[in-house]
Design a protein around this ligand. Structure first.
Ligand code: HEM
Ligand SMILES: [Ca+2]
Length: 266
């Protein structure tokens, strides 16, 4: 397993982010049961083919397939794809600088994969804070976990221009770009995405300062107006994001404010 994940990451450095997002999209929809890997049939449309999963990167599916093939040869019918996805993601996150943690095994692969379950369980880039909180707390995750997991997810990987184009082109009748964006960052994004209609594959780094490393720069970016997605920037709080109706740092109870100040200070 270790060998499969390491060699895949070395040959395709986008694999870690790909797997982490697929794991997130799997777990949020009917639990971590690998239902996101299941293919559609003529009778039913699977999660994989829902609109929200359209851009999941092929490297993630490939690394699971490779590990599954190797494990089936060694011990047929023992290790589930759900466990493989969990362990592969852990290994890959560690490889790009993240923490090591033990993964408890024994997940069973789901028999059901229903495309319509995706939309109600996963947030989009224009989700409000309340929608994100509702989705996470309905799975037993706290608000702090929502922020930590999203910061952990978006410290690596890419986002296609269409996910944030409304923030950099024709934002409102008074402003071309979202005022919560750092103006220089917005300029760079506008140049990069100028032709995104013609070339929808153009994508920007989620964390422009350290795109391939798992670290806490996501949080520092937010404080500088460099959250790529509107949903990310909501977590930034502070005066810059009043326009998008944040902010987690402004909560009076102190708990949420701690998350921002902790990451903003060090
Ligand atoms: C909670 C709100 C979240 C929203 C609205 C959101 C939304 C998005 C969107 C729109 C993209 C860009 C997809 C594309 O253009 O291809 C993306 C990428 C990504 N997300 Fe999230 N996400 C959220 C939370 C998370 C969490 C909790 C994780 C993991 C723990 C995560 C991991 C990732 C990763 C790794 C990528 C990059 C994928 C790649 O480069 O292949 N996200 N997310
Ligand atoms: Ca990073």
């Amino acid at each position: 397993m270790q060998e499969t994940t390491t060699s895949k990451q070395m040959s395709n450095p986008t694999t870690a982010a790909a797997a982490l997002r697929v794991f997130f999209h799997d777990c949020m929809v009917d639990g971590c049961d690998a239902s996101v890997l299941v293919a559609s049939t003529s009778l039913s449309k699977a999660e994989r083919d829902s609109d929200l999963n359209e851009a999941l990167a092929g490297d993630a599916f490939d690394v699971v397939t490779r590990a599954k093939n190797a494990l089936e040869l060694a011990c047929p019918g023992v290790v589930s794809c759900a466990d493989i996805l969990a362990v592969a993601t852990r290994n890959l996150v560690k490889y790009v600088g993240g923490p090591f943690f033990k993964v408890r095994l024994g997940r069973k692969d789901g028999r059901e994969s229903v495309a319509s379950h995706v939309e109600i369980n996963l947030p989009r880039a224009n989700a409000s804070m309340d929608q994100m909180i509702d989705m996470f707390t309905s799975k037993g995750l706290t608000v702090e976990e929502l922020v930590a997991l999203t910061g952990g997810g978006h410290t690596i990987g890419f986002t296609h221009c269409k996910e944030f184009s409304n923030r950099i082109f024709n934002f409102s009748s008074t402003s071309e770009v979202d005022p919560s964006l750092n103006p220089k960052f917005a300029d760079r994004l506008r140049q990069m995405c100028a032709n995104y209609h013609k070339n929808p594959a153009i994508a920007a780094f989620n964390d422009p300062l350290s795109p391939g490393t798992f670290d806490n720069l996501f949080f520092k970016n937010l404080l500088n107006g460099m959250g790529l997605l509107a949903s990310d920037q909501i977590f930034g709080g502070g005066p810059k994001n009043e326009a998008v109706g944040g902010a987690i740092c402004k909560e009076p109870d102190g708990v949420l404010r701690d998350i921002c100040s902790r990451h903003g200070e060090d």
